[in-house]
Design a binder for this molecule. Structure first.
Ligand SMILES: Cc1ncc(COP(=O)(O)O)c(C=O)c1O
Length: 405
């Protein structure tokens, strides 16, 4: 028998490309919102991957979907279609503004498809001059070269040679900054309804409506990147449903697969018609296993009682964070919606979100950061009140440790 390698954190540094700096622990088992590491230490999961594990770990409906589909058929390629993909697409269309769906494997790929579609739509309908994409400072749309260039953090896109052109950046929640850039040469404006990686910054209702009106005026498409906000995370199936402002293209991933890799781009029939046969594609996009799991996620999440639970969980999170803050005065505000919350560090603790994140892990709770000034929480939508209270007790100890350090 071949000897099995010793699997520990040191092996990461030995064999993995050093683009990540993972924590010292290696989780091996999860159930609901609890996770256990190699040493059997237990954690309360307030991170959900990064807003991915929408139904916690090993949810019975998802385990069942994987097992059932795994015994039928795993893969076909897009030379054939398959039943889970068609069922999932039909359910997404029925539940949203969209008429058509394109499947991908990640958020970046869903956005890549959206940007290419916007460019092709504009070229077909108006000509080559209509190629500008407007996005926003601090936005994040993925790590392919096109999506990272559209994203609003040059630090992520610099240093890789010439970038895709005709990408402009306005200031989020500042309509005048969009007015200053938008023209009849704009093919699309892309925004996150709540900027996630940028620091959990919600778009105001007036800003969303204002951007929609400007897009209409200049025949530009409004693309909403709901990769982080989608599939129930904010208490509606998609965050655009809170505002009454409907996008032309929507991208979704993360929570859609509940931990199984899948992404999707949703749009109207008129716009979709411009991605003709051969214009775009993916080997794994619409893979039957992924679509079977996502279908189970959608069936489970898109229920009034789950949306209600997201809102009551949000209230409990906010109460618990307020109680911690009363004692330690570390947050200036808690932003976000549903199970996507950001505790903004007060002046004295600015730049130290990673210290809170590391202390939290030490005390048995998994949190996230969203930039240097925000501690982010993106747990399972169906986390129990008991797990929230237990996790917050541990988080309070972490806060105490940072404050006293
Ligand atoms: C809003 C948003 N868009 C796109 C992405 C990229 O998704 P992925 O990492 O699945 O490519 C992310 C990931 O954090 C995101 O938050």
């Amino acid at each position: 028998m071949t000897a099995q390698p010793q699997v520990n954190r040191a092996l990461f540094d030995e064999v993995m490309v050093p683009n990540y700096a993972p924590a010292g622990i290696i989780p091996v088992q999860g159930k609901g919102s609890r996770v256990w590491d190699q040493q059997g230490r237990e954690y309360v999961d307030f991170a959900g991957g990064i807003a991915v594990s929408s139904l916690g770990h090993c949810h019975p409906a998802l385990v069942n979907a994987v097992k059932t589909q795994a015994e039928k058929i795993w893969h076909l390629s897009n030379v054939m279609t398959n039943e889970p993909a068609l069922r999932l697409a039909k359910k997404l269309v029925d539940a949203t503004f969209a008429d058509k769906v394109y499947f991908a494997n990640s958020g970046a790929e869903a956005n890549e498809a959206a940007f290419k579609l916007a460019r092709r739509w504009a070229l077909d309908k108006f000509g080559a001059q209509k190629d500008q994409i407007i996005s926003f400072g601090k936005s994040f749309h993925g790590r392919t070269f096109f999506t990272v260039t559209v994203g609003g953090q040059a630090a992520y896109s610099d240093g890789f040679g010439p970038k895709p052109g005709a990408v402009l950046h306005a200031e989020f929640n500042n309509l005048d900054s969009v007015k200053a850039l938008i023209s009849d040469n704009t093919c699309a404006v892309v925004l996150e309804p709540i900027q996630g990686e940028g620091g959990i910054i919600p778009a105001s209702a007036e800003f969303l409506q204002g951007v929609r009106d400007l897009c209409n005026k200049h025949n530009a498409l409004l693309i909403m990147d709901e990769v982080q906000t989608g599939v129930g995370r904010t208490g509606k199936l998609y965050a655009y449903m809170h505002s009454g402002v409907t996008p032309d293209i929507l991208t979704t991933a993360k929570s859609l697969g509940g931990g199984f890799p899948i992404g999707a781009m949703l749009t109207t029939a008129d716009i979709a018609a411009h991605l003709k046969v051969g214009t775009h594609g993916s080997t794994y996009g619409g893979n039957p296993l992924a679509c079977a799991v996502a279908e189970a996620v959608l069936d489970t999440v898109n229920q009034p009682q789950v949306m209600q639970q997201v809102l009551s969980n949000e209230q409990l999170f906010r109460r618990e964070l307020a109680a911690i803050n009363e004692q330690y005065h570390v947050f200036s505000e808690v932003r976000g919606q549903g199970m996507l919350l950001g505790a903004v560090l007060s002046e004295q603790y600015k730049g130290r979100s990673r210290d809170f994140f590391l202390a939290a892990a030490e005390h048995g709770v998994m949190a996230l950061v969203a930039g240097p000034d925000v501690v982010r929480f993106a747990p399972s939508l169906v986390i129990t009140p008991e797990d929230i209270v237990e996790g917050m007790q541990r988080f309070a100890l972490a806060v105490k440790q940072v404050v006293n350090s």
